[in-house]
Design a protein around this ligand. Structure first.
Ligand SMILES: [Zn+2]
Length: 276
């Protein structure tokens, strides 16, 4: 999986500064189609990334360059063929594909001007949107979330199941950062709201884009003051602390199902498992 803690494989600096630059980039570009739900065009389970042909469309999005070559995302209403989900893609191109999904979804969800409510159109090959009435510019937004691997004083890991998830599916605690709140404050709040846990300390562990549709996951390790849990019964249906031996056995017996390998949730769980 991509670990997301080194430099990105997508060079975003050479975004177009003019239509002429965007046209020049198009001539040498690779293109990937993305639908409104973030599905990526695929062939035999792998992303279908093809040389640009024909005319560049006003809706085509210049992502940047991968190994020196421009990449565009082409938003489509429906893919002509099979799709692969962003989280299922495990290739060196995952950085560019994450941007393709995030930007396609942002453009798809951003039809009106925040200043005056009039329609907006893509500008500078999708780097921003421009209002047709007042000229205001809108830039892609990212919604920050926190995700916390909480351990108790015995170094057991807290795993919980959201009420909307399938039976046996568990993960660590996560939630959106609210307006006017720091990432650390969001960790403390989510831990107490969802599972009734007070945290004695927090440390930052790393981040991961999650363009579903436009989140950034900020990963933390949290130490609980004691081993008490009180699930909220609303968002969280059940939760429990596990020793490493208990979790390994539960996974082997399929009595719990962990998050997908591509997720930072899984990364933080694996990190705790391997830290004996
Ligand atoms: Zn406007």
């Amino acid at each position: 999986m991509t670990t997301w803690n080194g430099p990105s494989g997508l060079d975003r600096l050479p975004a177009a500064r003019s239509e002429g630059e965007a046209d020049a980039a198009w001539r040498d570009a690779l293109v990937v189609e993305v639908d409104r739900d973030g599905g990526i065009a695929a062939r035999e389970g792998a992303p279908l990334v093809v040389p640009a042909s024909g005319k560049r469309l006003p809706t085509d999005i210049l992502l940047g360059r991968v190994a020196g070559r421009p990449w565009f995302a082409r938003p489509v209403a429906e893919l002509n063929g099979t799709a692969v989900g962003w989280r299922d893609v495990v290739t060196a191109d995952q950085d560019a594909l994450a941007a393709a999904v995030a930007l396609t979804r942002w453009h798809g969800l951003s039809p009106a001007c925040e200043a005056c409510g009039a329609a907006t159109v893509p500008d500078l090959a999708g780097a921003r949107r421009r209002c047709l009435a007042c000229g205001a510019l809108a830039f892609p937004r990212t919604d920050p979330c926190v995700i916390v691997a909480i351990t108790d004083p015995d170094d057991r890991l807290l795993l919980a199941r959201q009420a909307q998830w399938a039976q046996r599916r568990v993960s660590i605690i996560a939630g959106f950062i609210e307006a006017g709140e720091s990432a650390e404050q969001a960790c403390h709040r989510e831990a107490f709201e969802e599972v009734g846990v007070r945290l004695a300390g927090l440390s930052y562990a790393g981040s991961q884009p999650w363009p579903m549709p436009r989140s950034l996951m900020l990963g933390f390790l949290g130490r609980a003051v004691d081993s008490r849990i009180r699930v909220d019964g609303d968002e969280i249906a059940e939760g429990a602390y596990y020793t490493r031996e208990e979790l390994v056995a539960a996974v082997a017996a399929t009595s719990v199902v962990l998050p997908p390998h591509a997720s930072i949730a899984r990364g933080l769980i694996e990190r705790w498992l391997s830290a004996r």
